[in-house]
Design a protein around this ligand. Structure first.
Ligand SMILES: [Fe+2]
Ligand SMILES: [Fe+2]
Length: 302
């Protein structure tokens, strides 16, 4: 990428700070997710959410919805954590933050589709890392959740450049990063990296954001980048993609990322991939319903 592109991206990303975008509790919540053990973060989550009554109320409404099948809807965030577990409540909270920020904005990529894919990828990354007893599972979740934040940047500050790329991807049924590269000259990986630097995210998460479509360029944290790359492909195969049909057929085992992970983790060789993808189905359903409950609309699965 030529220097002027890098400068333009950085300048426009700096402009995001002044835009009404994401509720203030979003970033601290994200940081909490990977910063400490579950037990220690309950109080922190409760404290953080107490600063935002709207998010707290919406979280309680979703936690009490039929999706989670509770006899008694929780009356407090702490009550929700006790009933549903911290991980689920954190997911609900993050979804509520995004749900509050984006419907009011004009998005090239539907925010429901974007967030459904991101949450799906986070969940697959967590389950994948548990299977392999590899990579810190919370780190994997975080990396999966944030891998495509560059699309947020594209929608917020590069929408006139991003719209034709999205159109080409849909028309030619090609991967979105390919369409971005040929239409815009850069991708959500570069814009995501700029935002991640701005947000001061952890180095290995930045590495994932920057290289999840080009693992060979990743110098650090290759196993984590490979794990997110494969989880992203799995999501796109299981109806948690970018909202359009991709012609490209995926062979996970032939993918270079598979070789990288196999070298690192022997457990991968014995893994039953077909069974694993079926195991994901229940969790995939929960994500579809959660995102539909928060955003109030259900775009087609793709
Ligand atoms: Fe991506
Ligand atoms: Fe993705």
């Amino acid at each position: 990428m030529i220097a002027s592109f890098t400068d333009t991206i950085r300048e426009r990303v700096e402009g995001i700070e002044t835009m009404p975008a994401i509720p203030a509790v979003f970033l601290p919540l994200l940081k909490l997710l990977s910063s400490s053990a579950e037990g220690a973060r309950v109080e922190e989550v409760v404290r953080l959410v107490s600063y935002d009554n709207t998010i707290a109320a919406q979280c309680l409404r979703v936690a009490g919805s039929p999706l989670f099948g509770m006899a008694q809807p929780p009356k407090s965030i702490k009550g929700a954590v006790i009933a549903l577990g911290l991980r689920r409540v954190e997911t609900i909270l993050l979804t509520c933050c995004l749900g509050q920020a984006f419907p009011a904005m004009k998005w090239v990529l539907d925010p429901v589709v974007f967030w459904r894919h991101s949450l799906g990828c986070a969940m697959v990354c967590r389950k994948f890392s548990e299977k392999l007893a590899a990579v810190d599972t919370e780190k994997a979740y975080m990396a999966g959740l944030l891998h495509d934040i560059g699309f947020m940047v594209n929608c917020l500050v590069f929408s006139s450049e991003f719209a034709p790329a999205m159109q080409r991807a849909c028309q030619d049924e090609i991967p979105l990063d390919e369409a971005e590269r040929s239409t815009m000259g850069f991708t959500h990986c570069e814009t995501g990296q700029a935002l991640a630097n701005r947000w001061k995210l952890a180095d290995d998460v930045i590495e994932v954001i920057a290289h999840h479509h080009a693992i060979e360029q990743s110098a650090k944290a290759q196993p984590l980048v490979a794990l997110v790359h494969l989880s992203d492909l799995l999501c796109r195969m299981r109806g948690l993609g970018y909202g359009y049909y991709e012609r490209h057929k995926v062979d996970l085992i032939a993918d270079p990322a598979w070789a990288i992970l196999s070298k690192e983790y022997r457990d991968l060789e014995g893994m039953d991939l077909v069974r694993f993808t079926f195991e994901l189905d229940e969790a995939v359903e929960e994500i579809h319903t959660l995102v539909a409950t928060v955003f109030g609309s259900v775009p087609p699965r793709a």
